[in-house]
Design a protein around this ligand. Structure first.
Ligand SMILES: C[S@@+](CC[C@H](N)C(=O)[O-])C[C@H]1O[C@@H](n2cnc3c(N)ncnc32)[C@H](O)[C@@H]1O
Ligand code: SF4
Length: 389
């Protein structure tokens, strides 16, 4: 798919978890009472219908159930949501349908049901392959249990991926290299490897502020990143995005929709969307949408007004071109400079590109695309800020 061909993704957010991990600031909530999945199914269906009424002429190329913990949903709920998507939009015959799952034995028992419902890819939040680290991360599964879930995913789904978090408190480079080698031996076509981010207002942020969480400094993090790149590339899973590694062809197509600045519908509490609607230039104006975050408030809104939107802003040229840079430069394939110029109404400043080039932070590919070099990835934000200035 080129930059101009438009993929269209549908993101569905399940906002519940069994417990809240102390590092996580995703829109996820813990409830004592059982969740009324039928009520949620009706609300998801209504919001899908309302979104499709705004952008009817799209073919769905990817669907992603994210969370929270979507692997707490009943397979029949997933099937009903997928039916609703297919009633409102044409769905590509090779649609990618991903579900994020926590790697516990309970959840793995539902994998066959998800497969039968139409899910063809799972992404498991393994996070660590060390029981002590898992306990520190507040996870409720052991490394063994997680690897067993990976094994089941491998037999049930055509495609699977799992996530690890590194640059964790007190993590030694040697231990990370060992853990990553174990992970690579279990990996299919895709791995997501995230450096621990201390997110504001999480228990980890409070511990960090109190000096009780020793995380690797900039140099140590960089060394861990270099080890990650080297080991993954040697195993045939090179980075295709700053934190994502895949065999060529095994990339997560849904996440590519975000990074290539294509369009996606955001369904469910706190979901974000990007939709091109109306406009005079043939391409439409790009709307940035967001729904109510609180699950019960989102349900009430959908039940009274047919959708949960609380934000529906038309992006300015500048906002759109900044987003194009910010997302596109995360990718090893980089960005099409001509496409940037079309969106921004101006070209990137050649002298800024030349300066970053001299510092070895960006390069131009044979296809004439601009990309951040692997050594430039750890300072990506600074590179983007410089180019966008
Ligand atoms: C929506 S979350 C998790 C999906 C699923 N609930 C789970 O925990 O397995 C997606 C991924 O983001 C990553 N993540 C969440 N918080 C993070 C943080 N503070 N730093 C780095 N990675 C984080 C984790 O690897 C997680 O699997
Ligand atoms: S990391 Fe996953 S399980 Fe933990 S709180 Fe966040 S979304 Fe829930």
């Amino acid at each position: 798919m080129t930059d101009r061909e438009q993929a269209f993704g549908v993101y569905i957010h399940w906002p519940f978890c069994l417990s809240k991990c102390p590092y996580c600031d995703f829109n996820s909530h813990v409830r004592r009472e059982p969740i009324d999945e039928q009520r949620f199914t009706r609300a998801f269906t209504a919001e899908i219908a309302a979104t499709a009424a705004r952008v009817p002429d799209r073919t769905v190329s990817t669907i992603f159930f994210g969370g929270g913990t979507p692997s707490l949903m009943q397979p029949s709920t997933i099937a009903a949501v997928l039916d609703a998507v297919a009633r409102h939009w044409p769905v590509a015959s090779d649609v990618e349908v991903t579900l994020e799952a926590n790697p516990t034995s309970v959840e793995a028992t539902r994998f066959r049901g998800y497969r039968a419902a139409g899910v063809n890819r799972v992404s498991l939040g393994v996070q660590a392959l060390d029981d002590r680290a898992l306990a520190e991360l507040g996870r409720t599964h052991s490394a063994r249990e997680a690897l067993d879930a990976v094994g089941i995913a491998r037999t049930v789904f055509e495609r699977y991926s799992f996530d690890l978090i590194y640059a964790r408190p007190n993590q030694e480079p040697k231990a990370w290299a060992h853990e990553l080698k174990t992970a690579l031996a279990e990996a299919g076509e895709h791995l997501s490897l995230y450096q621990l981010t201390i997110e504001q207002e999480t228990p980890f942020a409070a511990l960090h502020a109190a000096g009780k969480l020793r995380i690797p400094d900039e140099d140590a993090s960089r060394a861990l990143y270099d080890t990650t790149l080297d080991l993954c590339a040697a195993h045939g899973l090179p980075a295709y995005e700053i934190s994502n590694h895949a065999r060529p062809g095994g990339e997560c197509r849904h996440n590519l929709v975000y990074w290539r600045a294509h369009q996606y519908a955001g369904i469910g509490p706190g979901a974000h969307g990007r939709l091109d609607i109306g406009g005079v230039d043939g391409e439409g104006e790009r709307h940035a949408t967001a729904t109510e975050k609180r699950p019960e408030a989102w349900l009430s809104r959908v039940e009274t007004q047919g959708h949960g939107l609380v934000t529906d802003d038309v992006l300015t040229r500048e906002e759109r071109s900044d987003e194009f840079l910010l997302m596109g430069l995360r990718l090893v394939e980089g960005i099409d400079l001509a496409r940037y110029a079309e969106i921004a109404g101006r070209s990137l400043d050649p002298s800024r590109i030349a300066m970053l080039h001299e510092h070895g932070l960006v390069e131009t590919t044979d296809a004439g695309r601009l990309r951040v070099t692997l050594p430039g990835f750890p300072v990506l934000d600074a590179v983007v800020a410089d180019l966008a200035a």
